[in-house]
Ligand binder design. Structure first.
Ligand SMILES: Nc1ncnc2c1ncn2[C@@H]1O[C@H](COP(=O)(O)OP(=O)(O)OP(=O)(O)O)[C@@H](O)[C@H]1O
Length: 308
């Protein structure tokens, strides 16, 4: 199936002469949640702003469901909802008026039933008559999402959707984003909370220094690049790794009471069975063992570090 967003050879040089994007090629599949990760200044907001028609590209093309964002901008833009990083909204208007007005901006006829559903889904219904300025930061952010959804976009961009939002509300927003995906909306989000990508994304793209350095299904990424760790709790603490075991990637932690073995989860032979036998041969007994997988965060940090 044709990707819903297709980016080819995209470059952006700002008036200052700074090149923020250096040739981006990217396909976003219909109906997926795509998490765009990258360090500060990597170019995430620039990329999103170009696709949404807010910033003009210096070179390259973008199509949204087959519509070129420059020559066919109106059709492209009508498919997109954008929740920007910064909260910008009409402070003196009521929640209801602000969200209804946003729908009108896209030339869509009023649809009070839809606006009600969006406000209820975002737990904003009780606040529909409140002025936006009287809301908490988390609520204002949800108003931004409601505005972006008001014209029934097929694609939703969320730039740092949960920045500064407390943990409970963040979970609530993840659930809401999950429901949107189930309804067929394609979601592209940028986030600094890698946990967010780990929890929600189908595909992860990493951008660094204006270049896409990786696009991968999340599950495959974690499988390929993930390291696993086996921790053995020792019966008696060890002062050092015995010389006979020096060819194993072992470290001691917890004052010698834990022995940590890192292995490649991709490898068929993890070496665990032989390691345990060798420990037995050397009279090293353990009382407990646990395994842990590396998080997306660890994978991300090592990827970006590799490219610096
Ligand atoms: N209007 C502008 N003029 C000049 N340079 C800009 C402009 N907007 C952004 N930049 C620069 O382009 C680079 C990419 O910025 P961008 O906001 O796209 O990064 P980001 O990945 O979204 O970062 P963050 O995670 O901090 O939001 C940065 O170095 C930024 O300083």
């Amino acid at each position: 199936m044709q990707p819903i967003i297709q980016v080819r050879g995209l470059e952006k040089t700002y008036a200052s002469g700074f090149q923020a994007l250096k040739g981006i090629d990217l396909d976003i599949r219909r109906g997926e949640i795509f998490a765009l990760l990258g360090p500060n200044g990597a170019g995430k907001t620039t990329l999103i702003s170009i696709v949404c028609g807010i910033v003009r590209a210096s070179a390259g093309t973008v199509t949204v469901d087959g519509h070129d964002i420059v020559t066919d901008w109106r059709a492209a833009r009508s498919l997109i909802g954008l929740v920007p990083q910064e909260l910008t909204t009409e402070a003196f208007e009521s929640v209801w008026a602000t969200v209804s007005f946003s729908r009108g901006l896209f030339g869509k006829p009023p649809n009070p039933a839809l606006i009600e559903r969006i406000l209820r889904d975002l737990s904003l219904w009780e606040k529909k008559d409140s002025k936006v300025m009287a809301l908490s930061g988390g609520m204002k952010r949800r108003v931004m999402i409601a505005k972006a959804l008001s014209h029934e976009p097929r694609i939703l961009f969320l730039d740092e959707p949960t920045a500064g939002v407390d943990v409970e509300l963040r979970r609530g927003m993840w659930e809401m984003i999950g429901r949107l995906r189930e309804s067929g909306v394609t979601i592209i989000l940028t986030t600094h909370y890698i946990e967010e990508a780990e929890e929600m994304a189908d595909t992860v793209g990493v951008i660094s220094g204006g270049r896409i350095i990786l696009v991968e299904k999340k599950a495959a990424l974690m499988e390929q690049l993930g390291q696993r760790q086996l921790t053995l709790q020792l019966q008696s603490p060890l002062p050092a790794i015995p010389a006979e075991l020096s060819n194993y990637p072992l470290t001691l932690s917890a004052d010698g009471r834990e022995l940590v073995y890192r292995f490649d989860s991709q490898h068929e032979h993890t070496g665990i069975a032989t390691l345990l036998r060798r420990l037995g041969d050397h009279g090293i007994d353990f009382t407990n063992l646990r395994t842990e997988e590396s998080s997306l965060e660890e994978i991300f940090v090592s990827l970006v570090r590799e490219r610096v």
